[in-house]
Design a protein around this ligand. Structure first.
Ligand code: BES
Ligand code: MN
Ligand code: MN
Length: 462
């Protein structure tokens, strides 16, 4: 991979320029107003993939946003790597909290990124990380050192649940046949502490609506006698956890696969500085399920969180009003072997049951997904570990991630193939938050590491 690495070294500027072009297009999948921008991003990804040397590139239209699919088969006898990533991004709101506009990428030096970080929505999640694969591929093709067949599937609906991608996978099993799925959409512990993600949580997401009186009322004339849906919603949500932050929905923990004491001990040896963690978030304490460390609370334990809550008057000044309705968006992160649809029904049944007289409650399920485990005793993990060993000079630590990439469980189910989660972001890169950024070091480290993965994987599969 010597020539490949030389090519990478010589083309760093060019790779960064190409990434910047993509970051300038606002591919916000959740907002219908950006439909054309999302499509334009798909075309730009496809065109960069073609320029990188990929033999066949197609943009597949779906009922939602397009899927970019590329195929480069050099020898059917060689193993095939399927690279998955997403070019869609989260909405950038709240806009006024961005120091520079979300779709005008700039490099700024920060404390965690002394070599500079690219500030833009999608820089880390996931345009920057997905495109590292395209540029690493370009380097391997250009230097004649590509050791595997490659397929690329870069989608535009990850941030909205990948519904159409799931259908696409079920309908195109042959097209997607591969030996391993490789994804960079997670993080490392720190730039000098490489790690590989060996598990992701599942997700159940619901929206609830509590309705009281048939219209907004004067809070003096009626308040005190009529159920206030905002108050009722708060009471109902508060009752979902006890003071140990244990979730009280009956059956919620029934399917949770308890992690052994040894495994818990091992995971807690991962470097973690609680004071630094709190300082970075501007809080003076952490809060979570009793009996578990922060690392455990954010990986092997299921959670229930309010993502948004509203109702009544939220404009300037004070308006005395007893609202007719109140709403909340609630997510539950799941662990093996909880099932997303089972948890959604348990929530819906329980939440409807605890509604007091005087209100009506509706629970509307959103997208969900299953947890995934990507064990460390497989050749694909070993290939990733070997690759990081080469580029970082250190053995990576296996860690379980707290976020979700629902398509991973589906790849395993539908394609019967294992995934490697070799991400290069940092948890502090503010993905989904204002001022999302991705280290220039991380971007180049990824491009350097990926060819080593191919090399190691081809060697291990021989
Ligand atoms: N890349 C993230 C998931 C992630 C981030 C995993 C960091 C591990 C560490 C992904 O784009 C994402 O945000 N997923 C969503 C789920 C989806 C169904 C909307 C999530 O985790 O909230
Ligand atoms: Mn992502
Ligand atoms: Mn995301």
């Amino acid at each position: 991979m010597l020539r490949t690495q030389e090519y990478v070294e010589k083309n760093k500027e060019q790779f960064l320029d190409k990434l910047f072009q993509l970051l300038r297009i606002p591919s916000i999948s959740a907002d219908p107003a950006y439909r054309n921008e999302v499509a334009r991003t798909a075309d730009e990804v496809a065109s960069q993939l073609r320029l990188a040397g990929c033999q066949s590139v197609t943009v597949f239209n779906t009922a939602g946003h397009p899927i970019v699919f590329g195929e480069h088969i050099i020898d059917p006898a060689l193993p095939t790597v399927l690279v998955y990533g997403h070019y869609d991004v989260q909405p950038p709101d709240p806009l006024d909290l961005w120091e520079t506009p979300p779709f005008e990428p700039v490099i700024r030096i920060t404390e965690t990124h002394p070599q500079g970080a690219i500030f833009a929505r999608g820089s880390c999640d996931d345009k920057g990380q997905a495109m590292m694969h395209v540029y690493a591929f370009e380097a391997m093709v250009a230097s004649g050192e590509l050791p595997c067949n490659v397929k690329f599937m870069i989608e535009g609906e990850e941030e909205v649940g990948s519904t159409n991608l799931a259908t696409f996978c079920q309908e195109n099993k042959d097209k997607l046949s591969c030996d391993v799925v490789l994804i960079s959409d997670t993080s490392v512990i720190a730039n000098d502490i490489p790690s590989i993600t060996v598990g992701l949580r599942g997700l159940s997401y619901v929206e609830v609506e509590v309705t009281g009186p048939n219209k907004d009322l004067h809070s003096g004339v009626y308040g005190g006698a009529v159920a206030n849906p905002a108050q009722v919603l708060c009471d109902m949500i508060a009752s979902l956890k006890d003071d140990k932050k244990h979730i009280l929905i009956p059956g919620f923990y029934d399917d949770v696969l308890e992690v052994s004491a040894e495994e818990r001990e091992a995971m807690n040896t991962a470097p973690f500085n609680k004071q630094k963690y709190m300082d970075g978030l501007g809080v003076n304490a952490t809060m979570g399920e009793e009996g578990f460390t922060v690392l455990e609370q954010t990986s092997i334990r299921p959670t229930l969180e309010i993502n948004g809550i509203w109702g009544g008057y939220i404009g300037e000044g004070a308006k005395t009003v007893l609202p007719s309705k109140a709403f909340a968006k609630i997510s539950m992160r799941l662990v093996p072997n909880q099932k997303s649809d089972v948890i959604t029904s348990l929530f819906a049944e329980h939440f409807t049951r605890i509604a007091p007289p005087g209100v009506k409650v509706e629970v509307r399920p959103h997208h969900g997904g299953e947890a995934a485990v990507t064990p460390s005793d497989t050749p694909e993990y070993q290939a990733a570990a070997g690759a990081m060993q080469k580029s970082y000079g250190k053995t990576p630590i296996p860690v379980r991630g707290g976020g979700s990439i629902p398509i991973v469980a589906l790849f395993e189910k539908v394609l019967q193939v294992k995934t490697v989660l070799m991400g290069f972001g940092l948890d502090s890169d503010d993905i989904h938050s204002p001022n999302e950024h991705y280290g220039v070091f991380n971007f180049y480290k990824g491009i350097e590491t990926i060819p080593y993965f191919y090399e190691e994987y081809a060697r291990l599969k021989k």
